[in-house]
Design a protein around this ligand. Structure first.
Ligand code: ADP
Ligand code: MG
Length: 468
């Protein structure tokens, strides 16, 4: 009863990992290079959305090469020391198995260190987690696999991680492939599943094999037949409308009313919809007049959206939507054929790329605000730019501010315009530590300036900014 099909049908070797053949082959080659004593890279990063077989592939690899496995879920342990400890043991070549059994390295077997959900450790509470992982990658004498959903977030925190690893991407599993696996499992279980039901389950998994197998198990419980109707209890929707599918209806087809209805179903804000259409219209309409009329509709939509913002008159949203769908669709006279390579809106991309930086900027500004008795936003506008310059140019100021504002590595990196594991940031952190720990004289640069003895215990964060 409590059997978990996703576990029972976990691939036992790399041959059983379906989809992503290139990723599997890359992984195999990487492991072979370790076996040959000349690793391509010490660590491999498996990147991909949940349920695409990353964990399975790592375990299957170890099974194929007969390696022992030291598995760590980074998000459980949530601390840098634990990771280092494991890595160190791995590095020395002596480890214990999960059951506590001593595994000697004498037999020459490699031990695969798997850090699952390695991107989860990079959250705020885990300062030091990223450098710890980078350290593992640098110093390990055993093969290491990092598993992440969001490689971008992790890699931008450490250039050492980026260069020290072999990155292997796992894409969503194709619907036909998911369907094949479901059919095999159903057969194995003696459950009769209709083609349509298989199709629906596979489609709705959206390339997530784990969720597909879960759905199948849920539906098969207490049944020997599964029909398309049965799948309704799972609340399967018709395939979701996305901007990608709807843009075909707007740009390529000639049914403006349908285009309008479909655009309404897309679960995005009107502003976002506009960005999509605006970005992609020039790729679709090659005829100048078509493009001109199409853009006119987009600019009308934009007018309505600004009225919504100005007057909080949300009824105008509908008009904006009409212009974007009906208006743009009806604007063309030429037939549009062929595949259009739709682009993600540049604006959104830039905003999301700068999100990390914007957050940091706000954090620093709020500290500066507290110190100078101004609001976060005016600290950001009026103080931060010159603060940043001073911070970069004046060492004594820099160290004082690191201490007084309790700046963290990430924030120091941001202010210096450097990665958080860069030598410059490390140096600042070390110097600042010296400054705070004990009565020992601080570094020269600071000493020269501070000729007067320290005033007795300054209240933290008090007007130190102005003493320079
Ligand atoms: N590529 C795959 N081939 C075969 N089974 C898979 C695959 N991907 C996922 N599965 C199934 O889904 C379950 C979860 O997969 P897992 O490897 O943990 O995914 P991830 O680590 O990418 O989230 C596995 O136990 C297995 O049953
Ligand atoms: Mg996993």
């Amino acid at each position: 009863m409590s059997e978990d099909w996703t576990e029972s049908y976990r691939p036992s070797g790399l041959d059983e990992v379906v989809g992503n053949p290139k990723a599997v082959q890359d992984l195999r080659n990487w492991a072979q290079s370790w076996e040959d004593g000349k690793p391509i890279k010490k660590a491999a990063v498996l990147i991909g959305t949940p349920g695409t077989g990353k964990t399975s592939a790592a375990l299957a690899l170890a099974a194929d090469f007969k390696w022992d496995v030291v598995e760590m879920n980074a998000s459980d342990q949530r601390n840098a020391d634990a990771i280092k400890a494991v890595a160190l043991r791995g590095a020395l070549g002596e480890t214990f198995s999960d059951s506590g059994e001593y595994l000697s390295s004498k037999d020459g077997k490699l031990k695969l260190i798997i850090l699952d959900e390695a991107d989860n450790i990079s959250g705020r509470e885990d300062r030091g987690g990223v450098p710890a992982i980078a350290e593992v990658v640098r110093s390990t004498k055993q093969p290491v696999i990092l598993i992440v959903n969001d490689w971008y977030a992790l890699s931008k925190k450490s250039s050492a991680l980026k260069t020290g690893t072999l990155q292997i991407k796992f894409s969503r599993i194709k619907t036909v492939t998911v369907r094949g696996v479901l059919r095999r499992i159903a057969k194995d279980r003696g459950v009769n599943v209709s083609d349509r039901a298989l199709e629906l389950m596979a489609e709705n998994s959206n390339g997530d094999m784990r969720s597909a197998i879960r759905d199948l198990q849920a539906l098969a419980t207490g049944r020997t037949e599964i029909t398309a109707e049965n799948t309704e209890v799972m609340g399967f929707r018709e395939v979701e409308q996305t901007m990608y599918t709807v843009m075909d209806d707007i740009f390529k087809r000639n049914d403006p009313a349908k285009a309008r209805a479909l655009l309404r179903e897309v679960d995005e804000s009107p502003d976002t919809k506009l960005l999509w259409i605006e970005e992609n219209l020039p790729h679709a309409y090659r005829d100048h007049l078509d493009l001109y009329r199409g853009m006119k509709a987009v600019s009308r939509a934009n007018d309505f959206l600004s009225r919504v913002h100005r007057r909080q008159h949300y009824r105008f949203w509908a008009y904006a939507g009409d212009q974007l769908s009906f208006g743009v669709c009806a604007a063309k006279e030429k037939e549009i054929h062929g595949y259009i390579r739709y682009q993600f809106p540049m604006y959104l991309m830039r905003m999301s790329r700068s999100k990390g930086n914007r957050t940091l900027q706000n954090e620093i500004s709020s500290k500066l605000g507290a110190l100078t008795h101004t609001s976060t936003s005016s600290a950001r506008q009026d103080i931060l730019p010159s603060f940043k310059l001073l911070f970069q140019r004046d060492e004594a100021f820099r160290l004082r501010m690191v201490v007084d504002l309790e700046l963290e590595e990430e924030e120091i990196g941001f202010l210096l315009g450097d990665k958080i594991d860069s030598a410059a940031v490390k140096r600042v952190v070390a110097e600042a530590k010296k400054l705070t720990s004990g009565p020992a004289p601080v570094s020269k640069g600071v000493e020269e300036k501070e000729t007067k003895p320290e005033p007795p215990k300054p209240a933290p964060n008090q007007a130190r900014l102005f003493s320079f």
